[in-house]
Design a protein around this ligand. Structure first.
Ligand code: PLP
Length: 372
């Protein structure tokens, strides 16, 4: 075993190395400018992100969770959402989506994903609607867009708003539109491991609505709309100039990064042929950006161990769904009936994709094919 080459799940240095010179130059530019917050780097990055997403506005903030919280609070301030309103979201999302909803004193209502995209099931949304339902949160998990046109029909029928958690799907598209431009507003995370990663924490909100954009901007800056004038009881959730400069570099390389991930996903899809292993689907009419490459199988833990024994690290997204987390133990959420979500939690396995070479991907596929 010692002679086999280890394949890490993700090699952070390898993720950054190709852009090191550009990042260092940008870093130097910020140091020399003496401007570290609310300056030209942030402004430029916001414009580039809005353009890349196809929205009127992008507001740079501190991280993805804050982006979600500020987006929802901004909609509360415009009156589009009200306290205790129900927000429907897929049960297999990352816990941060649910934390943001409950933190804003909105009511997360978890529903099942469907097996094609592993994203929220449009039919399940319809069944979960009550007179208190006001919004749907589309989480484009693993970089695969939700079934947006069907969700949009449900939203129209019941007069619901659509928000997006686009933390895992920057650059993805559905029906010719980029994720992050599909609803009232969208939250992005630039956590270092995301497809466009900062060198630290960062996030953003995109929207076409000037009131939402203005409210997010004010809330992220102490609730102040101009200097020493606080219209809201706000927070300090700004992105700093250094991260904005790093992110402008990374965003500039997003398309090549996406193509690289698509290439590796293609190798897995063409080469993994094991009857016990279900592969993720290619969804027609969408651009998938493969934040994770997630296979499904009953004997997930055994395959994980087998791959680890052969030097291949994998990960699980996510082993414990939000409604099973201790923080929601005594809430209505804990009573959610989500058998498919729970089954997925025991069956999903994420193969390394972000920093593997084509040759390594072929080796992972061969290893899986040779598993009993
Ligand atoms: C990463 C992530 C978040 C949280 O983003 P942070 O920047 O880590 O706060 C929220 N939702 C989803 C789906 C994520 O993957």
């Amino acid at each position: 075993m010692s002679e086999v080459e280890e394949i890490p799940f993700l090699d952070m240095r390898k993720l950054t190395a190709p852009y090191a010179d550009e990042l260092k130059a940008a870093c130097e530019r910020v140091i020399d400018s003496g401007r570290f917050l609310r300056g030209p780097e942030t402004e430029a990055f916001e414009q580039e992100l809005a353009q890349a997403t196809g929205t009127q506005y992008a507001v740079a903030v501190s991280n993805g969770l804050d982006a979600l919280r500020l987006m929802l609070r901004a909609a509360i301030l415009t009156g589009e959402l009200q306290r205790d309103d129900e927000v429907i979201v897929a049960g297999n999302t990352y816990v941060a989506t649910v934390l943001a909803i409950s933190d804003c004193r909105l009511m997360p209502v978890l529903v099942e994903p469907e097996p094609l995209t592993m994203n929220i099931d449009p039919a399940a949304i319809g069944r979960a609607v009550t007179p208190r339902t006001r919004a749907i949160m589309e989480v484009h998990l693993y970089g695969t867009p939700c079934l947006h046109s069907q969700i949009e029909q449900v939203a129209k029928k019941h007069n619901l708003l659509i928000f997006e958690d686009n933390a895992q799907a920057i650059g993805a598209a559905v029906g010719g539109k980029r994720t992050g431009s599909l609803g009232t507003a969208a939250a992005f995370s630039f956590y270092p491991t995301k497809n466009v990663g900062a060198l630290g924490d960062a996030g953003a909100v995109t929207t076409d609505d000037p009131w939402i954009a203005g409210n997010v901007r004010a809330l992220a800056n102490y609730g102040s709309d101009r200097r020493y004038h606080n219209i809201y009881r706000g927070y300090n959730c700004r992105m700093d100039e250094m991260q904005a400069a790093m992110l402008a570099v990374k965003l500039g390389h997003m398309d090549e990064e996406t193509r690289r991930r698509q290439k590796i996903a293609g190798i897995y899809l063409d080469n993994i042929k094991h009857r016990a292993v279900d592969l993720p689907a290619l969804i027609p009419g969408t651009t998938q950006v493969w934040h994770q490459f997630v296979v499904r199988l009953l004997e997930r833990d055994r395959l994980k161990k087998y791959l680890a024994d052969h030097g291949v690290q994998t990960d699980i997204h996510y082993a414990v769904p939000p409604h099973r987390q201790p923080c929601y133990e005594r809430c209505r959420l804990a009573g959610s009936h989500l058998p498919f979500t729970e089954r997925l939690a025991s069956e999903v396995l994420s193969l390394p994709i972000a920093t593997v070479s084509e040759e390594q991907a072929r080796r992972v596929a061969d290893l899986i094919n040779n598993w009993y």
